[in-house]
Design a binder for this molecule. Structure first.
Ligand SMILES: Nc1ncnc2c1ncn2[C@@H]1O[C@H](COP(=O)(O)OP(=O)(O)OP(=O)(O)O)[C@@H](O)[C@H]1O
Length: 704
């Protein structure tokens, strides 16, 4: 399905332009099990020896029969050989299956660990279903490398060589003919291998597409059903399923060419040996016993050849899938693309933060750990510019740690020298917002210019252009979302961000969480440039309730314990009481263990939001970020929730986004955003007078 509603992720232009893996990429996965594999290879060698011994014994049998001598000893030896070969082969099979599962497990572990640590930007451009499919489906192909013959082929190669030597001794002429036939088959298989690899990778990509469209349809099933779009979605998913089927058929066709090659080689070699060998026996050039043992060795030689061809096919299929796995594993994780040009004195201060930041007593950042005056400001934005990178970025799997993901926040980011010239330009300062700490007003407010000033609009446009240029590398498009945003949030205050949809309010919270880095400008938390803070440390100081207040599948308890795994049942119950959610507990005899359904679907919208807020409150961080956290609440619940937040918010800094001004009119400070710029800062009564946009919003909501 061509899913235009979601980003398609990194697409490839050409068939063979996708992520590639070499055999050497597979080795680390195999080497993790080197002891077992070495043991299996020893077993293979023993098995090969047992196999090689059989034709020799058979040859002996023929000689003894011809000479009318007793066979009993030899027969017992043959029986023992067959039994031992069987046991070895069974044990070997089990060990290989087991190791194959081990390879799948370790690849899944690596992949998931990497995936969940990727920068948020990666999740903006990739499809969830495709990522899930890489973990679930691509990894299973690695198993086939071991279970479908690679190790047997290694052991088998000994049989192959042993048989070859024996055949050389028995009849070099017949061997020459055999090698000719076998050589042709090997060339054919090698030629087909590259096509198998490409087809296999494309088949896995199609499976990824399929998983992505199934995921899309299922997650939006209510919307799809309500829009009477079920049949169309089914058709779209079916189309993707057909795409996967077609590529599967493609793989089957190429494999079908490989599989019979060994069989054909064997038959041709066998017929040739029988024909030429029979002639040679008739002419007295060789004996019947030699011909029979030559033919048995021929079988022994061809058998591992079949295994080798099978192994070759499965390794090439696996390499197709491994390319997709490695594409993710090779991506830089969050933090790896950071520039280390944060001024040293800032880093030094940050070192002190760690010690105090762990204390989440709500008193603020690491009291006493660094300059107390700086701590007075919980959050500061200074001339922050930001643009999301948009659109698909072609990648080959070996993404340059500094280049590809940079977008906003890397090359043009951190150093003051690298800040967008427009951000510091007089036009920007005059037209939009206060750009330097010196411009901050006492009490932590920021000076706001006239957002409706035409010159400011002009400045914004040029900033947008510059921001885009600064941000986007080749292939990356970006639109400036925040333009020279400056404001300060004093510790312990309640701040509201308001403004029209798309003004950039949620983006500000995402930047405080450091999901993205600004294109230019500085964000400080507790007086520290957040680029100098460890992300975990930073986030442990912040409670964040997203706009869609996500609730994870699982129980109420697992949702609450997400950020605070050690919280007691009493603490959980108390925080649920604080957000008026005790009723949900009473509803089910399972209490805290009551399931909430996929994405919390068994809860109402308001309950989901309150549960998410309860989760944030339970962690009791010094700073709380609430994104439209009261939008799904009825009047009564909203009132209760506000009281709860007010109670918990004591001594904490609260930054709240709300569309309904009624929920934020009593904030200590309201910051008004429009098109990514701060157009007003003040209290409700100040803004009604000073900021036309705010007055308009308030008027529409019957607040003035
Ligand atoms: N992940 C993203 N990738 C690309 N663009 C984005 C992303 N998130 C937001 N945007 C864009 O950034 C702009 C600001 O979005 P943001 O969500 O910050 O606005 P908002 O003020 O919170 O809006 P709302 O009140 O409707 O939630 C919008 O134009 C939006 O399309």
């Amino acid at each position: 399905m061509t899913n235009t509603a979601q980003p398609r992720g990194r697409r490839r232009g050409k068939d063979d332009g996708g992520p590639r893996a070499r055999f050497s990429d597979l080795l680390p996965y195999l080497l993790e099990h080197k002891k077992v594999l070495a043991f299996v290879i020893v077993l293979s060698v023993l098995g090969a020896a047992a196999s090689l011994a059989q034709p020799l014994l058979v040859s002996q049998v023929i000689t003894l029969v011809t000479n009318n001598q007793s066979l009993s000893g030899l027969v017992w030896a043959l029986v023992a050989l067959v039994v031992v070969s069987g046991l070895i082969s069974g044990f070997q099979h089990y060990l290989l299956q087991r190791t194959g599962e081990g390879v799948v497990l370790s690849s899944r572990r690596k992949l998931v660990r990497r995936m969940l640590n990727l920068p948020i930007r990666e999740f903006d451009v990739r499809r969830t279903g495709d990522l899930v499919s890489r973990v679930g489906s691509d990894t299973t192909l690695l198993r086939a490398v071991l279970t479908q013959g690679l190790v047997e082929a290694i052991g088998g190669s000994l049989t192959f060589v042993g048989a070859l030597i024996a055949m050389l001794i028995i009849d070099p002429v017949l061997l020459g003919l055999t090698v000719l036939v076998v050589g042709v088959s090997i060339v054919v298989v090698v030629l087909l291998s590259a096509r198998i690899r490409v087809a296999s990778r494309k088949a896995q990509e199609k499976v990824g597409d399929l998983a992505a469209s199934v995921e899309r349809a299922i997650t939006a099933v209510r919307t799809v059903r309500a829009a009477n779009a079920t049949d169309r979605e089914v058709a779209a998913v079916e189309k993707d399923a057909e795409g996967a089927w077609q590529m599967g058929i493609q793989v089957a066709k190429i494999s079908a060419l490989v599989v019979p090659v060994a069989g054909i080689a064997m038959q041709v070699a066998f017929l040739t040996v029988i024909g030429v060998g029979g002639y040679r026996v008739a002419s007295g050039a060789t004996s019947i016993a030699s011909l029979v043992s030559f033919i048995l060795f021929l079988f022994l030689m061809i058998l591992p050849l079949g295994q080798a061809f099978g192994a070759f096919t499965s390794v090439n299929s696996a390499l197709g899938a491994l390319g997709r796995i490695q594409e993710i594993i090779n991506l830089p994780i969050e933090g790896q693309t950071d520039r280390d040009d944060v001024p040293l004195h800032v880093r030094g201060a940050a070192a002190g933060v760690g010690a105090g930041a762990g204390a989440s007593d709500g008193a603020g950042f690491g009291a006493g750990a660094f300059d107390a005056a700086a701590v007075e400001l919980a959050v500061e934005f200074e001339a922050v510019e930001f643009a999301y990178a948009e659109g698909a970025v072609p990648g080959d799997g070996s993404v340059d740690a500094r280049g590809d993901l940079s977008g906003p926040g890397t090359p043009a980011t951190a150093s003051p020298a690298a800040a967008s010239p427009a951000a510091a330009s007089p036009a920007a300062t005059a037209g939009g917002v206060a750009a330097t700490p010196a411009d901050s007003l006492p009490g932590g407010t920021a000076r706001a210019g006239g957002g409706s000033d035409p010159s400011a609009i002009g400045a914004r446009e040029s900033l947008a252009t510059l921001g885009s240029r600064a941000t986007g590398g080749p292939g990356i498009q970006s639109t400036t979302v925040l333009r020279g945003v400056s404001f300060s949030v004093p510790r312990g205050k309640r701040i509201a961000l308001v403004g029209p949809s798309g003004a950039g309010k949620s983006t500000i919270l995402a930047l405080i969480e450091r999901f993205y880095d600004p294109t230019s400008g500085v964000i400080r938390v507790g007086g520290i440039d957040i680029r100098a803070l460890d992300r975990q440390e930073l986030r442990s100081q912040i409670g964040y309730v997203e706009q869609d207040a996500p609730v994870l599948a699982g129980s109420i308890r697992s949702n609450l314990l997400l950020a605070t795994p050690d919280a007691t049942d009493e603490q959980c119950t108390a925080v649920l009481g604080a957000v008026n959610l005790l009723e949900v507990l009473e509803r089910s005899p399972q209490g805290l263990d009551a399931p909430v359904g996929e994405e919390g679907v068994m809860l109402s919208g308001g309950e989901r939001q309150r549960l998410a807020i309860a989760r944030a409150l339970l962690a009791a961080p010094p700073i709380l970020l609430l994104d439209e956290s009261t939008s799904s609440l009825d009047g009564l619940n909203e009132q209760m929730l506000r009281e709860a937040i007010d109670a918990v918010a004591e001594n904490r800094t609260l930054i709240v986004i709300a569309h309904r001004l009624s929920t934020v009119v009593d904030s200590d400070l309201i910051i008004v955003l429009d098109h990514g710029s701060v157009v007003g800062v003040g209290t409700h009564s100040e803004l009604v007078v000073s900021t036309p946009l705010y007055r308009e919003l308030a008027k529409r909501q019957l607040l003035v």
